[in-house]
Design a protein around this ligand. Structure first.
Ligand SMILES: Nc1ncnc2c1ncn2[C@@H]1O[C@H](COP(=O)(O)OP(=O)(O)OP(=O)(O)O)[C@@H](O)[C@H]1O
Length: 267
């Protein structure tokens, strides 16, 4: 593999007076034991934008993403700040369970519960303390509509979620996350197990969600990043080497490593 200067980077920053931020990280670092997996993750995620996290396998994308809703707490040491509405959600006093209602995560493999479509969404709502059946029914419908799944399942919400296709299961998992009314949606390679038609439906759903959510997504697909994201961050060996508007990253990147990666001359 070619070697690059890891100290040289171009990370666009925004003026909070002109660009509202959905989330911001400052000097985020992750250590798995002695292994320093993420160095100085400083990024700003504009509100109501889709940001793609790209980079080779092992570059630290998932490590970074998982920090954003404290999924690394038990397996790694995480230093630095994650600012959500001005609050550092990486602080020890934060109630992680409550925080995850605001910053929701959808994983690579769809992971529906072995329950009906309805209960997949209703059950977590009940567990979070919502008792009103009307509210639960309304939230189930709203989130299934938002995830562009409602029309396909509305006639049989009692069907087992496990009988849905992979793409439908993934949209159900997105609906389940959305039902908690988050502001920030984190997605870790959400389309990696899906066929092209399911992927197109998922991307369409994300595009529509963007108006109301800040979306941060790890993807291995350069085409997907260029199709649907507004901003792209390029990771290499645990460093964020470039962050900019997606069209800039894909047409005129500042950093050689980014250019090599997107043009397939990386190895
Ligand atoms: N739980 C863990 N314990 C130890 N090391 C880990 C752990 N998770 C990830 N790593 C290491 O941290 C580095 C970054 O991994 P990470 O999964 O964040 O990369 P990635 O860019 O998301 O890769 P991929 O695209 O393959 O998912 C890798 O060297 C990986 O081996």
């Amino acid at each position: 593999m070619k070697t690059y200067n890891l100290e040289e980077n171009y990370v666009k920053s925004f003026d909070s007076g002109t660009t509202a931020l959905g989330l911001e990280t400052k000097a985020l670092q992750v250590f798995y034991g002695d292994y320093h997996a993420l160095h100085d993750g400083t990024l700003q995620f504009p509100k109501n934008g889709i940001t793609a996290l790209i980079g080779a396998s092992g570059s630290g994308k998932s490590t970074f993403l998982r920090c954003l809703n404290r999924m690394n707490d038990d397996i790694a040491t995480v230093k630095g700040e994650i600012l959500y509405q001005g609050i550092n959600i990486n602080a020890p006093e934060i109630n992680v369970y409550e925080m995850r209602k605001h910053v929701g995560m959808v994983f690579q493999r769809p992971n529906p519960f072995a329950k009906s479509i309805f209960k997949n969404i209703a059950y977590p709502l009940q567990k979070s303390g919502i008792r009103s059946k009307t509210e639960i029914t309304e939230r189930v419908e709203k989130s299934l509509r938002q995830a562009a799944l409602w029309d396909e399942v509305k006639d049989d919400l009692n069907r087992s979620a496990l009988s849905l296709s992979g793409g439908q299961q993934q949209r159900l998992c997105i609906a389940r996350t959305l039902s908690m009314n988050p502001d920030v949606l984190l997605l870790d390679e959400p389309a990696s197990a899906l066929d092209p038609i399911s992927t197109a439906k998922l991307e369409q759903a994300l595009r529509e969600l963007q108006a109301h959510y800040t979306i941060i997504m790890v993807t291995h697909s350069m085409q997907q990043a260029s199709r649907i994201s507004d901003y792209t961050a390029f990771f290499h060996m645990g460093h964020i080497l470039e962050f900019d508007r997606t069209e800039k990253i894909f047409t005129k990147p500042h950093i050689q490593a980014t250019e090599d990666y997107i043009s397939g001359n990386f190895g």
